[in-house]
Design a protein around this ligand. Structure first.
Ligand code: BJW
Length: 233
C-alpha cells in the first residue's frame, strides 16, 4: 500500500478515535462497558459539570491519566508512525484522543483536536503546562500562581483545537482515512463529508461500522492493530 500510496496520493488526512487505543487497554467511550456507561457525560465532559463539581471531574481525569501510565502503543499506532516516516507527501494525523500513544508509538507530529491528558490549561492566564501528577490537589498555575488550572481537554459545547488547520488540510487532501471512531461527535464526524465534497477518496477502518459509514467510499472492518498495519504495508 505504501508504494501504491506514494504513486497516487500527495496529501493524506488521518483521523483517529478511541478505537485505535482500545487494544492498548484504554477504555473507549461508547462501547459496552465504555466510559459513558460508567460516568454521566454531563457531569464529567462539560464546562457546566466542571463548574458544579470540579473534584468529580479532576478525579475522572486523574483516573484516566493513571490508566495511561500502564498502557503502551499498539501495532496500529506504530504503523501510522511508519507511514509518517516513509510517506513522501503531506500527512496530517488528527486525533480525538487525549492519550499520548501516537507520540509514544513514534509519530512526530500529532494534532490533538480534543486536547491532551498530560496538559493543564490555566483559565486565568491561558498558559498550558505539563501535567503528569494528580490534579485533585488543585495546585496553582506555574506561571500566574492562580488556583485556576483545568484539564486541557475539549468538552461538549467547547470549540475543538486547530479547526482552521484541519479544514484547510481536508480541503486539499487526496485521501481521508478515519480509524476507530464512532462518528457520534461533531465536528470530527463531519470531516468525511468535507473531504469527500472536495474530491478526496475516503476510507474507514473500524471494528464495526460507524454512524457515518455509508459516507465513506470504502469501509474495512476489524481490529485496528490488524487493519492499520495491513493498510500501511
Ligand atoms: C475499534 C476497536 C478496535 C473499538 N479497533 N476500532 C446535534 C447535532 C450535531 C452536533 C451537535 C448536536 N448537539 C450538540 C452538538 C455538538 C457536540 C456533539 O457532537 N454532540 C453529539 C453528542 C451530537 N459537539 C461539541 O460540542 C464539540 N464542539 C463543537 O461542536 O463546537 C462548535 C463547533 C462548530 C463548528 C465547527 C467546529 C466546532 C466538542 C466535542 C468535544 C468532545 N469531547 C470528548 C471528551 C474529550 C476529553 C476526554 O477524552 O475526556 O471527546 S467526548 C468523547 O467523544 C471524546 C472523544 O474524542 C469523542 C469521540 O469518541 P470516539 O473516539 O469516536 O470514541 P467512541 O467510544 O465513540 O467510539 C469508539 C469506536 O472505536 C467505535 O466505533 C468502535 O467500534 C471502535 N473500536 N475497538 C478498531 N480494537
Amino acid at each position: 500500500m505504501l508504494e501504491g500510496l506514494m504513486a497516487e496520493i500527495e496529501r493524506i488526512v488521518i483521523l483517529t478515535g478511541a478505537g485505535i487505543s482500545a487494544e492498548s487497554g484504554i477504555d473507549t467511550f461508547r462501547s459496552a462497558g465504555g466510559l459513558w456507561e460508567q460516568h454521566r457525560v454531563e457531569d464529567v465532559a462539560t464546562p457546566e459539570g466542571f463548574a458544579r463539581n470540579p473534584n468529580l471531574v479532576l478525579n475522572f481525569y486523574d483516573m484516566r491519566r493513571a490508566a495511561l501510565a500502564h498502557a503502551a502503543p499498539n501495532a496500529a499506532h506504530m504503523a501510522l508512525a511508519r507511514l509518517e516516516r516513509e510517506f513522501s507527501g503531506e500527512l496530517l494525523l488528527v486525533t480525538q484522543n487525549v492519550d499520548d500513544l501516537h507520540e509514544r508509538g513514534g509519530s512526530a507530529s500529532v494534532l490533538h483536536m480534543h486536547g491532551e491528558l498530560k496538559s493543564a490549561l490555566c483559565t486565568s492566564c491561558e498558559t498550558r503546562s505539563r501535567w503528569e501528577a494528580t490534579m485533585i490537589d488543585r495546585p496553582p498555575c506555574p506561571v500566574c500562581r492562580a488556583p485556576t488550572l483545568r484539564p486541557d481537554v475539549v468538552w461538549f459545547g467547547e470549540m475543538p483545537y486547530q479547526m482552521g488547520r484541519i479544514y484547510q488540510a481536508l480541503e486539499t487532501c487526496d485521501l481521508f482515512v478515519s480509524i476507530g471512531t464512532s462518528g457520534a461527535v461533531y465536528p470530527a464526524a463531519g470531516f468525511v463529508q468535507e473531504a469527500r465534497r472536495l474530491g478526496a477518496r475516503t476510507l474507514e477502518l473500524n471494528l464495526e461500522p460507524s454512524e457515518g459509514s455509508r459516507l465513506f467510499h470504502e469501509t474495512r472492518l476489524g481490529p485496528a492493530s490488524r487493519l492499520v498495519p495491513e493498510w500501511v504495508e
